[in-house]
Design a protein. Structure first.
Length: 241
């Protein structure tokens, strides 16, 4: 096989893989962002993993929810909501006078979420089918926006962060949870981890400032950001030890 034909076949194979990825989840992937490889989104057929019984032990979800400081009547947003593991808990926290927007790019995930919400008797959840470049959230409504192990999968972080910036209330917060890249003992693939330094690098470049942290989760960083024009005082992250 001559060199030109080899190059053509490799190019066609690359295009086919890209098209198949698009068929699976409705999105394509960039290779990296600010020096960080971008992971692909988990397919909806793996949704059972999101509600695994070990998740509380591994992630300390009760501690995470407490750190959100949700109040009755607030508007919360769950980005990459999947089948609703955190969405349903957030809906209970904000109560019937509050609202939770559940965002996902896969309609199958949102259908599973809606089924679980109906079974739980929760009517204050609004599912939103987003795109890889737009969370489709209303402007200026989100008091707390939660991203659990999902930000590192954004194929276009800048576009998504613009949408999240626009959707926050003036003092609203983004709660970003990611598995700690600094700890090699955490049994998660490096592609699905982030360091505090990388998180700060990317969020600050997109007009956010760190205002608080919760460093008591078993495997994850939990960092809270406001818009750069928000009322909170910017802080430096506590070094990971």
């Amino acid at each position: 096989m001559d060199r030109a034909r080899q190059i053509l076949m490799v190019t066609l194979l690359t295009l086919m893989v890209g098209m198949w990825s698009w068929r699976l989840t409705g999105r394509a992937w960039a290779l990296d962002y600010m020096g960080r490889p971008i992971a692909q989104t988990m397919h909806y057929t793996g949704a059972q993993w999101l509600t695994r019984t070990e998740r509380e032990r591994e992630e300390g979800s009760r501690k995470l929810l407490k750190a959100l400081q949700l109040s009755s009547g607030e508007t919360a947003c769950d980005i990459g909501a999947g089948n609703g593991y955190y969405t349903l808990k957030m809906a209970e926290a904000v109560g019937p006078t509050g609202r939770v927007y559940a965002i996902d790019i896969q309609p199958e995930m949102l259908q599973m979420l809606q089924t679980r919400a109906t079974a739980a008797g929760l009517s204050n959840i609004t599912p939103i089918l987003s795109t890889p470049t737009d969370p489709k959230l209303p402007t200026g409504e989100c008091d707390v926006t939660l991203l659990v192990d999902v930000y590192h999968e954004f194929s276009d972080p800048e576009a998504m962060l613009r949408g999240l910036h626009r959707s926050l209330t003036p003092d609203g917060e983004i709660a970003l949870a990611e598995f700690r890249a600094e700890d090699p003992q955490i049994p998660i693939k490096p592609l699905h981890k982030m360091s505090k330094a990388q998180i700060m690098k990317e969020l600050q470049a997109n007009r956010f400032k760190l205002v608080r942290e919760a460093n008591n989760l078993p495997w994850q960083h939990l960092m809270f950001f406001q818009r750069d024009d928000g009322p909170g005082v910017a802080i430096a992250p506590e070094p990971y030890r």
